[in-house]
Ligand binder design. Structure first.
Ligand code: OAD
Length: 230
């Protein structure tokens, strides 16, 4: 086995205290996607959008990685295969746990982006609509998050990894958002063994050849342990 590609979603950070989107009481039952996660929502009410991400940034800063994040970092450090994490999460818990190869396809709470000139820099703790871009000075600062209707980041690199994957695992993701939900099909087509690890079956569970259901902090360390045993 030369390459292990792991897709993670909000479920892996749930036990670190960061709410998921679509579980009962999740973020999308408290906020409308159109208001806080689209370019149109940001144009309509930038203050509301900044407040939403400022609160999430504060919460993410206080969160600690759990045993599922740590197990994936251990897998990368100890397995002879090349381990790549593609995450839909905007927190930095994989990196804090020690993972080195992490592609944030939906952006990062820790990043700021100028909507005018495209300059990127480290996000301040709290952003306000009239904060100037440090490069072009336009007050067009936005969170460096991929919103609905925008193209996810690192897609060329991601397709390359999926093409080379010998093992593809999806952890803590509902399979509701594309293109991530279709990665299993791409990996399978290219010959990878596919595994879903989730609290409950995702919308695309039938595309996987192996499944493990339970809490990420229980099933991920166990799965990693077995992979390392060979
Ligand atoms: P969702 O909220 O859609 O799904 C979370 C998944 O995690 C569900 O399938 C749960 O069953 C599972 N889950 C919950 N608790 C868990 C636990 N303790 N252990 C294991 N699994 C658990 O989150 P995502 O699939 O990540 O995008 O959502 C994908 C994208 O939709 C997000 O990146 C975000 C959102 O809109 C943008 O904002 C662009």
């Amino acid at each position: 086995m030369k390459k292990i590609v792991i897709l993670t979603g909000a479920g892996i950070s749930a036990e670190s205290g960061l709410g998921t989107f679509r579980d009962e009481g999740g973020l999308w039952s408290q906020h409308r996607i159109e208001d806080v996660a689209t370019p149109e929502g940001f144009t309509r009410n930038p203050l509301l959008v900044h407040e939403f991400y400022n609160a999430r940034r504060l919460q993410a800063t206080r969160a600690l990685p759990n045993s599922a994040h740590t197990a994936l970092a251990r897998l990368e450090a100890e397995h002879p295969a090349n381990v790549v994490i593609i995450t839909q999460n905007v927190d930095n818990l994989h990196e804090t746990a020690g993972s080195r190869t992490v592609l944030h396809m939906h952006g990062r709470l820790a990043g700021a982006l100028c909507a005018k000139c495209g300059h990127r820099w480290d996000a301040p703790d709290a952003m306000q609509p009239d904060d100037p871009c440090p490069s072009c000075t336009t007050p067009a600062i936005r969170p460096d998050i991929v919103w609905f209707g925008e193209i996810p980041y690192h897609m060329d690199e991601i397709w390359d990894h999926l093409r080379d994957a010998d093992l593809f695992a999806a952890i803590g993701t509902s399979g509701e958002v594309y293109p991530a939900a279709a990665f299993v099909q791409d990996a399978d087509r290219n010959g990878a063994h596919t595994v879903e690890l989730n609290l409950e079956p995702s919308s695309v569970v039938s595309d996987f050849s192996e499944t493990h259901f339970g809490k990420a902090t229980e099933i991920v360390p166990q799965w990693v342990e077995n992979l390392l045993k060979g």
